[in-house]
Design a protein around this ligand. Structure first.
Ligand code: NAD
Length: 355
């Protein structure tokens, strides 16, 4: 049993998560990568994409919705265009493998693009942009979600027709600038945040959710326990809706996996496809000039007088960095419900020694 719901170190949560995944048949090499990807999401404050996903992941394994013994297949390996198929296997191991190959191409050619089809949940997309940023590369990622009940209503619609189709743009650190990271769902809030609100018994912000009658609600309980009653709303009205649609085309169509349209089977798992563009900034402009220009831009933007002096203007990526610093110092807190869910899983699987 995991004792006291308190604060956990990265390594402890990683070990707990990997042990649970292996207990249901996940290969050790995949379990460590999937677990690390989940715990890292907790580390940067995105608990919605952290170890709280394990009950869903384990349920997917049990229902045969994740292929446990497949390797990534390359569909296309042209110089600047890579296409990979995860063949229903784990998302993070497939994504890191495909993106590492695309990174090598971007270093060689200045630019590459990569599609990844049929991956189980890719989790927090920002982690992939950070992985590339750490290698000096900028990247853009468009992701669609399928095999799952739709979650997000189209603009002017009253029921769900899309997943939360995330978009992510990362730019590496330069001498004077921290890395830039814009990583967001195209719904106003991610489904996981509604689940976290339901777990905590709090409401969600007005305008973010429709009930199963298509009416606005702040009550997240219809989305508790992975039920889907109602729909999230796209951010920025027709603009977020348009970007969610673009994710279906770029990720769903170009990867060859298909989109969320209903002719494709929905087994109740979470599958993602991703379209990524990876680029080496030095192939585009002088490194020193970019550094100075971005520093000047950052200073200009963040010096806008804040409407609320306790909430200064931030550059995207700053909240995640702040969370990482805090949780490295203080550990990762888990809510009681998540700890209870992990303990229930451990008990069912006969896994000991999680304390
Ligand atoms: P969010 O709203 O918390 O943050 C979105 C972006 O805004 C981040 O880049 C963040 O750095 C930036 N940001 C936040 N506050 C800011 C501020 N005050 N000033 C400037 N920038 C700020 O993220 P979200 O939309 O809830 O998405 C959460 C996570 O869910 C993401 O990591 C995303 O990849 C993931 N996700 C995954 C899937 C999937 O199917 N795999 C689907 C949807 C979302």
């Amino acid at each position: 049993m995991i004792s006291e719901p308190s604060r956990f170190s990265f390594d402890r949560l990683l070990d707990i998560s990997a042990v649970l995944l292996q207990a249901v048949g996940c290969r050790e090499k995949d379990a460590r990568i999937v677990a690390r990807h989940l715990v890292d999401a907790n580390m940067v404050g995105h608990d919605s994409h952290g170890v709280g996903m394990l009950p869903a992941y384990l349920a997917h394994i049990k229902k045969g919705l994740v292929e446990l013994d497949v390797e990534l297949e390359w569909l296309n390996r042209m110089p600047a265009l890579l296409q990979a198929d995860a063949r229903g296997g784990w998302g993070a191991p497939a994504a890191y493998t495909a993106l590492d190959e695309a990174a090598a191409k971007a270093n060689e050619l200045g630019l590459s693009c990569c599609t990844l089809a049929n991956a189980h949940h890719l989790g927090r997309i920002g982690a992939y942009a950070e992985h590339l940023s750490a290698r000096g590369l900028a990247s853009l990622h468009f992701v669609n979600v399928y095999d799952h009940t739709p979650l997000v209503a189209p603009f002017r619609g009253s029921d769900a027709r899309f997943g939360t189709n995330p978009i992510c743009i990362g730019f590496p650190e330069t001498a004077k600038n921290p890395p830039f990271l814009l990583d967001m769902a195209t719904s106003i809030i991610a489904l996981g945040k509604v689940r976290v609100a339901a777990n905590k018994g709090v409401t969600v912000p007005p305008g973010t959710l429709l009930n199963d009658q298509g009416m606005p609600t702040t009550d997240p309980s219809g989305m508790a326990g992975f039920e889907i009653k109602g729909a999230l709303t796209p951010f920025a009205r027709h603009k977020g809706y348009g970007l969610a649609y673009a994710c279906e085309i770029l990720a769903g169509v170009l990867s060859r996996s298909g989109t969320i349209q209903p002719e494709h089977v929905r087994r109740g798992g979470i599958q993602n496809s991703m379209f990524s563009i990876i680029l080496s900034p030095q192939a585009f402009a002088d490194e020193n000039w970019m550094d100075e220009e971005m520093a000047a831009l950052g200073e200009y933007v963040t010096q806008s007088p804040p409407m609320d002096w306790d909430s200064p203007v931030l550059i995207p990526g700053a909240p995640e960095r702040a969370w990482r610093g805090k949780r490295e110092r203080e550990g990762i807190p888990l809510d009681k419900k998540t700890v209870d869910q992990l303990n229930t899983l451990a008990e069912k699987l006969g896994v000991d020694g999680l304390t």
